[in-house]
Design a protein around this ligand. Structure first.
Ligand SMILES: [Zn+2]
Length: 437
């Protein structure tokens, strides 16, 4: 008998699946449908072809992809995906899981008179009060994130004179509890300025504590008032502790471009940094002319610089498509989740893909299908030529099941995630976690 309850009712959302089981009626994409239209000179992609399959999941991997009517050994655990589409797990690659209003009473972000300085002043007043609830806030954000289909993330974590290493200790403990269903990398983030808040010692202590993948930073010109010294110190710390860099850059082009160039100069001198540096936000890229952007992006690509974006809406839209198509890794993230920096943030990476699609792509089957990659780290069921490239036997069993007929429909219509799996384990099933916390 097929037990469907495990992926269809919220009561069993966190039921533990066995090490090995079968998933029936899983919808996989198998190719694009091309059609000739009388009013168009060339055939066009009109739909995506799918097939129902049976998957065997074992030891955290996709162990076999079988026909829909495959005979399942008697006694094996079987669950019914009910024809839902299977998509790769989503990745939230810029989030702050250590601090939020989410999970507590509603508070909108305050108006500012001195922009970021006011936010930092507010943060200084808030941080110590948040430490006692830090782990429950993180747990709430993780539930929200997983309910929207994300099981891989990279999170910043404050290291500052107010919370000192408190946020980091809480974050590590929180992530340890969910390590079976969430793969997380931590960025040590001197939010109040590495030099401005005299945090070099704290950062050194944080990096030495282990379990950290990256050192962060923020606007070295406006925060630390000494871009060269700030950047050089940051790079020296990253080299000393063997971590990558992921730095917030919100500044305009006058401050940001020399900063980008200096950081890339460090990458030229230190090959171990290549492929291990992320520019977060980098709004200044939207201010460059097309030839300037092409030069900058070519250099970023050559050195393996990644761009992390929360897909800002309004004013100057980031040229994310151009940057991606020029060969730079573009990763997406939520950034703030309903905190004093921003009242929005819902952890929905499929929505980020939808927003990029609306900003920069056509709403065709093909373009929507390609836009899915912004949510999945560009792991997509089909490649650009329509060849099925995911899932393959041996891949991690980390995926979403959702009620959509294909990737394009999922990106356009943002269906609720039916069930979310990480390495074979159920990370979420049933109703979406409410944004109201
Ligand atoms: Zn951020």
């Amino acid at each position: 008998m097929i037990d469907t309850s495990i992926i269809t009712t919220p009561e069993t959302a966190f039921a533990v699946l066995p090490e090995a089981y079968y998933l029936r009626n899983v919808r996989l994409e198998t190719g694009f449908v091309h059609e000739r239209k009388s009013w168009l000179s060339q055939p066009v992609i009109t739909h995506t072809r799918t097939e129902l399959k049976t998957l065997h999941i074992a030891a955290a991997k996709i162990a076999a992809i079988l026909d829909a009517d495959a005979v399942i050994p008697s006694g094996a655990a079987v669950h019914d995906a009910q024809g839902q589409l299977m998509l790769p797990t989503f990745r939230d690659m810029h989030i702050h899981l250590d601090k939020s209003f989410y999970g507590g009473p509603w508070e909108a972000s305050l108006p500012t008179e001195h922009s970021i300085a006011d936010r930092i002043a507010q943060e200084r007043a808030l941080l110590s009060g948040l430490l006692p609830v830090a782990q429950e806030r993180t747990a709430a954000m993780v539930r929200l994130m997983q309910s929207r289909g994300t099981t891989i993330c990279r999170t910043h974590c404050n290291v500052d004179p107010v919370s000192k290493l408190g946020n980091l200790e809480h974050l590590k403990a929180s992530l340890e509890r969910v390590k079976d269903t969430l793969e997380a990398e931590i960025i040590v983030f001197p939010q109040h300025g590495l030099l401005a808040s005299d945090s070099v010692g704290l950062v050194r202590e944080a990096l030495a504590s282990g379990g950290v993948g990256y050192l962060g930073g923020v606007d070295p010109t406006s925060f630390d008032k000494d871009m060269e010294k700030s950047l050089d110190t940051t790079v020296a710390l990253a080299l000393e502790f063997g971590v990558g860099l992921d730095i917030h850059f919100h500044e305009g082009r006058e401050a940001a471009v020399p900063t980008f160039l200096r950081l890339m100069g460090h990458m030229e001198q230190n090959p171990q940094l290549r492929g291990n540096v992320t520019f977060s936000h980098a709004f200044a890229l939207a201010e460059l002319s097309a030839p300037e952007l092409a030069d900058m992006v070519a250099r970023m690509r050559a050195l393996g610089v990644t761009l992390a974006t929360a897909v800002p809406l309004g004013r100057q839209a980031m040229p994310l498509r151009e940057i991606h198509e020029a060969g730079v890794d573009v990763i997406c993230g939520t950034d703030s989740v309903i905190d004093w920096w921003d009242s929005f943030g819902n952890c929905d990476m499929l929505q980020k893909a939808n927003e990029i699609a609306r900003l920069q792509y056509r709403s065709t089957e093909f373009d929507l299908s390609r836009s899915l990659g912004y949510a999945t780290g560009f792991v997509t069921p089909l490649d650009d030529g329509g060849v099925q490239v995911w899932p393959k036997v041996g891949d991690d069993a980390s995926f979403n099941l959702l009620p959509a007929s294909c990737s394009a429909e999922a990106v356009a219509r943002l269906p609720a995630r039916g069930a979310v799996f990480h390495k074979g384990r159920l990370a979420h099933a049933g109703r979406e976690t409410s944004l109201a916390g």
